[in-house]
Design a protein around this ligand. Structure first.
Ligand SMILES: [Zn+2]
Length: 439
């Protein structure tokens, strides 16, 4: 008011802000009318991509309304099946505009420990139904999770757990330990319990896990009972199988993906999807260019990890017991390393496919190099397989062919689950407790 000498109401300011945003990003409501043309353009330009649009009929109008949209580009499918570990993070992320909705995403991890977005969908809300819809398309599109022994990681939320149990009963499903801890700390506070919980999660052998759990039991019996209600295979390394080739305890895949797309979350649907598409093009391109200049055998961050382990391995000495069989120990611990089976009794090698510090000692004693014992997943060639496919550029909206089918209307606005917030405000002269006042 002072700077421009205008007098505006708060509502006027909100309305002008919305108009200005519409001018920049396009109209929020109108953009729900174009997904059909958009889907057709993607599948024409990018052969092998998959876009599914779901509409719904409501009593209010005779025209279909936008409900859900699944988008997966060819380069994502090729990359994931070409060399990513069978490990997928699942999560939802809120869209911040008038019509709301959420993005459900499946994110994998590449060989260099970076995220690799596999697919996403715009849905009305994160519910059991929308997860079933998303995961059924995922299984049909990418492949049955049971067949390629996929491992899922997600927050420990009831809806999603039941959905995965119902759709893919034999598939491994890990819970994000950060999420478990956030719920745990509501009732069981203190740094000691926090550290103990994380030690339980990080324990790689069953004995160590049991010792850590006993420690929690001595601290707080109730906290111990709380944790025994979660199956160990879902949150501690000691019970993980080597299927996913990662000992990852938290769903930082989805967290990083949500952070990556965060800037687009307040844009209208089409502008948002376009922003994500362009971001993916850039990401795939820079990764592809980057690795071509790299000369090492292993991916850079894996090589760094190995270098650190090589330093740590100096504290150990190996005693040969048979051909390729070693007992590796220091003052404080002792482990059995089998170079043929590529295992160590600390289980770290089995879980990650990267020789642990004990194994490295044995490998050096055997006059060999740790790089040769690292899983082929981490080789530069495998990494190049992931990023070999180009996500093709696409012309602007004015060039899209019209499908001729009825354009969907903006979606029905769903209320979030749970009790609605209390709307009514107390009048200025209304007593806080009416019963008290009437007496
Ligand atoms: Zn070891």
């Amino acid at each position: 008011m002072q700077n421009l000498s205008v007098d505006l109401s708060v509502n006027q300011v909100y309305r002008s802000k919305r108009k200005a945003k519409d001018l920049i990003n396009g109209d929020e409501q109108l953009q729900y009318g174009v997904p059909r043309d958009y889907a057709q353009m993607i599948t024409t330009v990018d052969k092998g991509s998959r876009v599914i649009l779901q509409t719904e009929m409501t009593e209010e109008t005779s025209q279909p309304k936008f409900k859900r949209m699944y988008v997966r580009f060819n380069a994502q499918n090729v990359g994931f099946l070409g060399g990513c570990r069978p490990f997928i993070g699942l999560d939802g992320c809120h869209i911040k505009h008038r019509f709301g909705g959420q993005i459900l995403s499946a994110t994998a991890k590449d060989e260099n420990d970076n995220i690799f977005p596999v697919t996403l969908a715009v849905v009305e809300q994160e519910t059991r139904e929308s997860w079933i819809w998303f995961l059924e398309i995922f299984a049909d599109d990418i492949g049955r999770p049971e067949e390629f022994q996929l491992v899922f990681i997600s927050d420990r939320q009831k809806g999603l757990i039941l959905v995965i149990e119902r759709l893919f009963p034999t598939v491994e499903h890990k819970y994000c330990v950060k999420h478990i801890y956030n719920n745990f700390k509501i009732d069981y506070k203190g740094l000691e319990l926090k550290d103990a919980l994380w030690r339980c999660a990080a324990a790689t052998t069953v004995r160590e896990f049991e010792r850590c759990m006993q420690y929690i039991r001595d601290l707080d019996e109730k906290a111990y009972e709380y944790l025994t209600n979660i199956a160990p295979a879902q949150w501690t390394r000691s019970h993980f199988t080597p299927r996913a080739l990662t000992d990852c305890l938290v769903n930082n895949l989805s967290e990083s993906f949500n952070a990556m797309i965060l800037k687009s979350m307040d844009k209208p649907i089409l502008a948002m999807l376009e922003w994500i598409r362009v971001r993916l093009i850039t990401r795939l391109y820079t990764k592809r260019e980057g690795i071509q200049k790299y000369a090492g055998k292993l991916c850079p961050s894996i090589q760094d990890r190995l270098e650190k382990l090589k330093v740590e391995s100096k504290a150990f000495s190996a005693t040969p017991a048979g051909s390729f069989l070693y007992e590796v120990g220091s003052q404080y611990e002792r482990h059995v390393v089998d170079l043929v089976k590529k295992t160590c009794s600390c289980r770290s090698w089995d879980l990650n496919g990267i020789p642990c510090k004990h194994a490295i000692t044995a490998i050096y004693t055997n006059i060999e190099t740790p790089e040769d014992y690292t899983h082929p997943y981490y080789f530069k060639e495998t990494y190049m397989e992931i990023y070999k496919e180009v996500l093709p550029p696409m012309p602007g909206q004015s060039e899209w062919a019209e499908t001729g089918q009825p354009a969907p209307l903006a979606p029905h606005i769903y209320k979030p689950p749970g009790r609605p917030p209390k709307q009514r405000k107390r009048a200025f002269n209304e007593p806080r407790n009416p019963y008290k006042a009437s007496r």
